[in-house]
Ligand binder design. Structure first.
Ligand code: SF4
Ligand code: SF4
Length: 298
């Protein structure tokens, strides 16, 4: 256990503060997330006028954030068969925040799942709790061996991880990869999120009371293309979109590209096979492992 904890913390080098933060974050995952949620909620409700708070919230948003993943991009991460280490400033055009944008998966075949602290905080139903997935041995093993009993953490196969993501996406949950300075600046945690039960998505809503430009989640990087000949005007795409990006105006299908997060749910729920995702040059690049490996090689 000590060896495992040491391995988790060593990635922070001389930054003992980050190592301690990393340890506290996971060992007290649920109270940590719950406390931050209620703190931000109260601050947004009562102190949105207080200018110094904006600076503090911006600093926090620079250190912790998420990236929407399409179903395809999530599945590529869950089926990685070799280590991935893509670090550097260039990743900021994928995860466009100041810090924490490294893409590192060590031994990605080691995958764990545990109860999601956001869903526990926000009263989600019991059948949706087991949804927070960790890819990569160092952190995933720490979850299993240190947090197994506490947060129902357990090792799962790739097939089970895929089936969790597919099940949640089928229910209309988006997929997000989380990046945090205190966990080494890299992703590894991938969760299945709903705006009603995701603290990160709610944090963006609260933070926009201080600064409308703030977002804790970077767009996936896709735009939606609809084949009008195939479209049956059933409305399933608009119904599944959490961001109000698809609407029917005078009976005509329309997309608000700015609102679209590129999550891909509309594509997967389309009853006419009429929707496809295309890279949106106006958005950050997708966290598509093949694409970022290719540009690294090029
Ligand atoms: S239109 Fe909505 S559901 Fe479709 S990709 Fe964009 S955000 Fe996701
Ligand atoms: S779900 Fe597909 S078929 Fe239905 S309205 Fe949307 S694009 Fe058209």
């Amino acid at each position: 256990m000590l060896r495992l904890t040491g391995k988790l913390l060593r990635k922070h080098g001389w930054r003992l503060d980050r190592a301690a933060h990393n340890y506290i974050y996971f060992v007290y995952y649920y109270p940590y997330v719950r406390t931050l949620y209620h703190l931000l909620r109260v601050l947004a409700a009562r102190f949105a006028w207080l200018r110094p708070l904006r600076t503090i919230i911006r600093m926090a948003f620079d250190r912790y954030h998420a990236k929407f993943l399409s179903g395809s991009d999530a599945r590529k991460i869950l089926t990685l068969d070799e280590d991935v280490r893509i670090v550097g400033e260039r990743n900021r055009d994928i995860v466009p925040y100041r810090y924490a944008h490294s893409v590192i998966f060590n031994n990605p075949g080691y995958i764990a799942v545990m109860d999601c602290p956001c869903k526990k905080t926000l009263g989600a139903t019991v059948d949706t709790l087991s949804s927070c997935i960790c890819v990569g041995e160092t952190t995933a093993r720490f979850w299993v061996e240190r947090l197994g009993k506490k947060y129902n953490a357990r090792r799962i196969s790739r097939e089970e991880a895929l089936s969790i993501v597919n099940r949640f996406r089928g229910m209309g949950y988006v997929t997000q990869a989380f990046f945090k300075v205190a966990t080494g600046g890299s992703t590894g945690v991938i969760c299945n999120c709903h705006p009603d039960t995701c603290v990160s998505l709610k944090a963006t809503v609260f933070a926009r009371r201080f600064d409308p430009g703030l977002s804790m989640a970077a767009d996936a990087g896709y735009a939606v293309h609809r084949d009008s000949a195939r479209c049956k005007h059933c409305g399933a795409c608009a119904a599944v979109c959490h961001f109000g990006a698809i609407r029917f105006v005078d009976g005509e299908w329309s997309l608000d590209r700015e609102r679209c997060a590129g999550c891909g749910l509309c594509e997967e729920h389309c009853t006419g096979n009429a929707i496809s995702l295309i890279i949106d040059p106006g958005k950050p690049l997708p966290l598509d492992i093949d694409l970022i490996r290719g540009r690294q090689a090029g």
